[in-house]
Design a protein around this ligand. Structure first.
Ligand code: FAD
Ligand code: DLZ
Ligand code: SF4
Length: 508
């Protein structure tokens, strides 16, 4: 009797565990476009197009390679609307006795599959360098789970940028060289863009019709949607963008959405690229003398360090992680996160490009929208749902640790040793947003004061009990205390007034 082999929309790799375990001659691959996955958060239309178009192309490739694929399109009349519903329907149709699945990247779906009336085997997703067992082994007995030490293990494990037992160039981490402010000219034209083919055009029409009310523009659509295109996009970045990736990793520009970033996370996260393939391409460029060590190391650290580490944390911490609220923040997400007007140019530009591209780079996510959300005390659950919805690369295993942990400090300090907060000065140093903003970054209080300046001190003040003894934050508190009672009271009062106006729906 045949078995069903479940392949989800972010498991589009030929060597994904369920396919590796399958019998091509006897088993049936099940792939399903379902309303539930498109709407459990209001995903950006571009993200839905990416996933569905890549699913359709992957199914065609499987069929070409001799697999029997039962594929449900979103508009099929007998579509039950959920992954579990489709498995039950297909089990009945094929008289299948069992289902093999690769573990999903989200507890919501893991639980739904485990609770389903199916004989299910769930295999570990081994498209990562660190298995769950490896991460647990590393985490065991440690007081703090810091990325840097985990990363060194990953370097040793993969041999990437290693000279024997030592790190290439003598240092594990070249971050010190990677904090240059935005350049005047960017000599990288950005990620490779692909003209939609017939498959993509069909999906664009479908998504426009079914999810056109979600935040974000569906067109123009240019993402890669198959393995060949994703590899070309990677090669393009390595050749033209990588050399300066390190230098300008933390920079931001109002009129350049991509700078020297790779735009490969959507492809990595749905299975169109493999993390080691990406890192080897980068290492090869360094070995060939085409890119400096700070670029290659900086990039590889993001992939085998941060990416693997946040996944380890998500599964280590368990199902409640995404719902944590360690700082007790409860304020609702303001409408400007969904595109309503704001006078804060940095926020407005980051949200605008998010709507247009389903993409913002790391520092925009961390130090603009994330920083604002944390300073303003927004409910981390709502913030996390926003990030999960609006970015093409957002799947909970990677999104939740980055948002709830790194950005909102809502996991109580599992990931970050101190909150990522800054006043307007940092934003001004690393970007050109402040030129042309309705607020003045140099103004601390009173008319035109930059809200980041007010809210920064407001945050520190209201969380004094939590952070004043943090060794890395002592200087900030000393500066705050030196300001004197009157100045401090003015800052707190003006920050409160700003938050009140924001809550009332005024344009702030
Ligand atoms: P580049 O800057 O070119 O980096 C190269 C690669 O490194 C990325 O493709 C990505 O695979 C990896 N990487 C870098 N930083 C991280 C990180 N912190 N965690 C995991 N991988 C990393 N990344 C996601 O893939 N999905 C998310 O939902 C996501 N949400 C985020 C939310 C917040 C608040 C923050 C601060 C970061 C988030 N990140 C997320 C990490 C990072 O912002 C994106 O991976 C990166 O912007 C993707 O763009 P890129 O491919 O151009 O990356
Ligand atoms: C993100 C997404 C979307 C929008 N649609 C589908 C779908 O129709 N079918 C499917 O199998 N997967 C989809 N996905 C990806 C899943 O949401 C993802 O597998 C889970 O969130 C676990 O990471
Ligand atoms: Fe953002 Fe403040 Fe600069 Fe305006 S002045 S762009 S609000 S940091």
């Amino acid at each position: 009797m045949s078995r069903l082999i479940l392949v989800l929309g972010d498991q589009l790799s030929m060597d994904v565990a369920a396919l590796t375990a399958a019998d091509k001659d006897a088993d049936v691959v099940v792939m399903a476009e379902v309303a539930e996955e498109g709407s459990y958060v209001p995903h950006h239309p571009k993200k839905i197009v990416l996933v569905l178009a890549a699913m359709r192309k992957f199914a065609a490739r499987l069929r070409d390679e001799g697999w029997q694929v039962a594929y449900t399109e979103l508009d099929d009349t007998d579509n039950t609307g959920s992954i579990v519903g489709e498995l039950i329907r297909r089990a009945d149709q094929f008289g299948a006795s069992a289902v093999i699945a690769t573990k999903p990247g989200e507890f919501r779906l893991i639980t739904a599959l485990e609770d389903a009336p199916l004989s299910l085997t769930m295999l570990e997703d081994d498209r990562f360098i660190a298995s769950h067992a490896m991460f647990e082994g590393w985490a065991q007995g440690r007081k703090a789970l810091r990325m840097e030490y985990f990363y060194r293990e990953m370097r040793r494990e993969t041999g990437l940028l290693m000279e024997g037992d030592e790190p290439a160039g003598g240092k594990w981490n070249y971050d010190h060289d990677n904090r240059k402010p935005a350049p005047d000219d960017v000599d990288f034209s950005g990620p490779m863009q692909f003209t939609p083919d017939d498959v993509v055009e069909d999906v664009l029409d479908l998504v426009e019709r079914r999810f056109g009310n979600h935040f974000g523009d569906v067109r123009p659509f240019w993402f890669a949607t198959d393995h060949g295109q994703a590899r070309r996009a990677l090669a393009h970045f390595v050749k033209h963008g990588l050399a300066k990736f390190g230098d300008f990793q933390d920079a931001m520009l109002a009129d350049n959405r991509f700078l020297y970033h790779a735009l490969v996370s959507p492809y990595l996260n749905i299975g169109l690229l493999d993390p080691l393939e990406v890192c080897h391409a980068v290492e090869d460029a360094w070995k060939a003398g085409d890119v400096p060590i700070n670029a290659a190391e900086g990039f590889i650290r993001q992939v085998i360090g941060w990416r693997e580490y946040v996944r380890g944390i998500y599964f280590h911490e368990g199902p409640g992680y995404a719902g944590r609220n360690g700082l007790g923040h409860t304020r609702d997400l303001p409408a400007f996160f969904w595109g309503s007007e704001t006078r804060m140019r940095c926020v407005s530009k980051a949200v605008e490009q998010t709507g247009a591209e389903a993409y913002a780079h790391h520092i925009q996510r961390l130090m603009i929208t994330g920083n604002f959300a944390l300073l303003a005390g927004l409910d981390p659950g709502q913030v996390s749902e926003w990030y999960l919805a609006v970015y093409a690369d957002a799947f909970e295993w990677v999104e939740a640790p980055n948002v709830v942990g790194m950005s909102q400090f809502a996991d109580g300090g599992v990931i970050a040793s101190k909150p990522y907060v800054s006043s307007g000065a940092y934003i001004n140093r690393m970007s050109n947003y402040c030129k042309g903003c309705a607020y003045k970054v140099s103004v601390k209080t009173g008319e035109g004061a930059c809200p980041f300046n007010l809210l920064y001190w407001h945050f520190l003040d209201r969380h004094r009990d939590r952070f004043s003894n943090n060794a890395r934050m002592g200087n900030m508190y000393r500066t705050w205390d030196r300001m004197g009672d009157e100045k401090r009271a003015t800052v707190v009062q003006e920050a409160d007034a700003f938050l009140k106006r924001m809550e009332a729906g005024e344009v702030v």
